[in-house]
Design a protein around this ligand. Structure first.
Ligand code: FE2
Ligand code: FE2
Length: 201
C-alpha cells in the first residue's frame, strides 16, 4: 500500500486535550489559547478548594491537584518565555511610555508568579499525595497561597489580552512573527514539518 510521505501540518494539540488547539504557526492565537488554558486551570484550582471544603480529599481532588501542577510546572514557564522573548521587547523599545511602564510591570508580575507558584505548588503537592485531610481541609496559609497565586494572574491576563498583545501584533513585521513562531516550536521540541509531540502550551 502506497504511503503518503508529504509533510503533515496537523494542528498542534494541547497536553491533556483531545480537541485541536491553536496552531503554533499562528503564535498570537497560541498565546491567547494559553491564556484560556490558564483560566481553566485556575478555575479548576478554585473548584478543588471548594471540593476539599465540601467533601475532603479524595481521588478527584488529588487528580485535580496533579493537573494544575502539571500545567503550571510545564507550560506556564514556556508561555512567560514566549512573551519575554517576542512580545515584550518591541514594546519596551517603542515610543509609548505608558506601554513601556505596563510591560515593565508585567515582567515583574512574572517574577512574582514564579515565587507565588512555589508556595501554591507546595499546597497542591500536599493534596496530591495525601490519603485524606481532617476536618479543616486546608490551613489558612495554604488557602492564602492558592488564592494569591490565582489573584496574580487575573489583572495580568486582562492587560495582556486587551492592551499588550494587540499593540505587539501591530508593531511586529511579518518576518518577526514567523521567527517567533519558529522559536516557539523549537523551544517545545516541535518540528514544523513533522507530526509533533504534544507541546506544552
Ligand atoms: Fe505574562
Ligand atoms: Fe500571558
Amino acid at each position: 500500500m502506497a504511503t503518503d510521505t508529504r509533510p503533515t501540518r496537523r494542528p498542534v494539540m494541547l497536553p491533556g486535550h483531545s480537541a485541536p488547539a491553536a496552531g503554533l504557526e499562528a503564535p498570537f492565537e497560541m498565546l491567547a489559547a494559553c491564556h484560556d488554558r490558564v483560566e481553566r486551570m485556575l478555575a479548576l484550582q478554585g473548584k478543588l478548594q471548594r471540593h476539599l471544603l465540601d467533601k475532603g480529599c479524595d481521588g478527584p481532588a488529588r487528580q485535580a491537584a496533579r493537573d494544575v501542577m502539571r500545567y503550571f510546572d510545564l507550560a506556564a514557564p514556556l508561555h512567560h518565555q514566549d512573551e519575554e522573548l517576542h512580545v515584550f521587547p518591541p514594546l519596551l523599545a517603542g515610543p509609548d511610555a505608558g506601554l513601556r511602564k505596563l510591560v515593565q510591570r508585567l515582567v515583574l508580575d512574572h517574577r512574582h508568579m514564579e515565587t507565588a507558584w512555589l508556595e501554591a505548588r507546595r499546597t497542591l503537592q500536599a493534596i496530591a499525595v495525601s490519603p485524606a485531610f481532617g476536618g479543616l481541609p486546608l490551613t489558612p496559609v495554604q488557602t492564602a497561597a492558592l488564592d494569591q497565586f490565582a489573584a496574580l494572574y487575573r489583572g495580568h491576563l486582562d492587560d495582556e489580552n486587551s492592551i499588550v498583545y494587540p499593540a505587539a501584533q501591530a508593531m511586529l513585521p511579518p518576518g518577526a512573527v514567523q521567527g517567533m513562531s519558529e522559536d516557539m516550536m523549537q523551544r517545545r521540541g516541535v518540528h514544523p514539518q513533522r507530526q509533533p509531540h504534544p507541546p506544552a502550551l
